[in-house]
Design a protein around this ligand. Structure first.
Ligand SMILES: NC(=O)c1ccc[n+]([C@@H]2O[C@H](COP(=O)([O-])OP(=O)(O)OC[C@H]3O[C@@H](n4cnc5c(N)ncnc54)[C@H](OP(=O)(O)O)[C@@H]3O)[C@@H](O)[C@H]2O)c1
Length: 281
């Protein structure tokens, strides 16, 4: 994008969203979504091009209010980057169903609602979703997160196929990125982890991985590079992966379900040594 354009980013206060806000605000007007009032000044200090707006994707009124705020200020949205997200983890047998609904409210329905409201301003523009390698749906014990990202990708890909508007839609699927997401997910999933009776070894492993992710993940700039490509190139692909782990997940998800399940079960048996990790057949 060469001349100054209007970019809308949700989840702009932390991790990937903040890095995108810093990058795009150099040459564009960035409408930056926040939940935490305490972070507004920090957003404003990035650049005079940053216009913060309040949005909580769990609250429908807040989504409507945020979209109206942007409609009043901007005649056109050139690029909407849906970034905000959280992770709900646990054993599917006893995870609180309310938490699964919340997972979809934030990662899926909230983005769809916000996007629908901004579509009339987006002729000729593009929508870039920060999905995840989790969208390939192959990770037990974080299945609410996987399902929310898969559902997001399915519905936005449908938007791309169905729309009569001149709008491009892109899904970016990063592997593990070093951001505060992982530490927050440990705190937010405490109840689900405590409830996962009989799955202690598995959830300990998920927790340990989450702790490591925050340090060993790729730098946020790897995602920024790919978003930049998706925003700038005349004909973006509909899906991009970031990192070797995302590419591996993409490949694994192409295997027949039975083969994939056998591989995953074998890995789980070796790691957790439970005799009950058997396949149906
Ligand atoms: N980090 C990774 O390894 C990774 C990999 C693949 C995909 N992703 C995806 O990348 C996106 C950004 O994650 P991140 O890693 O940068 O994590 P992060 O640092 O935790 O940032 C998440 C952002 O989303 C906001 N948010 C959370 N819940 C919200 C809600 N209900 N309403 C509005 N905003 C909300 C957060 O605001 P608060 O500060 O108020 O919580 C924060 O600004 C997410 O969609 C995530 O699924 C991350």
């Amino acid at each position: 994008m060469s001349e100054k354009t209007n970019i809308v980013i949700t989840g702009a206060t932390s991790g990937i969203g903040k890095a995108l806000c810093e990058y795009f605000a150099k040459d564009n007007i960035v409408y930056a979504g926040y939940r935490n009032e305490k972070l507004v000044e920090e957003l404003k200090s990035i650049s005079h091009n940053v216009i913060p707006f309040y949005i909580d994707l769990k609250l429908m009124d807040s989504i409507a209010f945020a979209a109206n705020f942007i409609k009043v200020k901007a005649e056109h949205v050139d690029c909407l980057i849906n970034v905000a997200g959280c992770v709900v983890a646990g054993a599917i047998e006893n995870i609180d169903i309310k938490r699964i609904r919340e997972q979809f409210e934030v990662n899926t329905f909230g983005h769809l609602d916000f996007t629908q409201r901004l579509l009339p301003l987006m002729e000729g523009g593009r929508i870039i979703n920060i999905s995840s390698k989790a969208s390939y749906g192959i990770f037990p014990f974080v299945s609410p997160y996987c399902a929310s990202k898969r559902a997001l990708d399915i519905m936005f890909n449908s938007l791309l196929l169905e729309t009569h508007r001149n709008i491009k839609v892109v899904s970016i699927k990063p592997g593990v990125i070093a951001t505060p997401l992982w530490g927050k997910s440990i705190d937010e999933n405490k109840d689900n982890i405590d409830a996962a009776i009989g799955f202690e070894k598995e959830l300990d492993y998920v927790l340990e991985s989450a702790k490591k992710n925050e340090t060993y993940g790729l730098d946020v700039m790897e995602v920024v590079k790919v978003v930049k490509e998706a925003a700038d190139t005349p004909n973006p692909k509909s899906s991009y992966t970031v990192g070797w782990d995302a590419k591996l997940a993409e490949f694994a998800a192409k295997l027949p379900q039975e083969w994939l399940n056998k591989l995953i079960k074998a890995g789980m048996n070796a790691k957790f040594k439970h005799s009950h990790h058997k396949l149906n057949n």
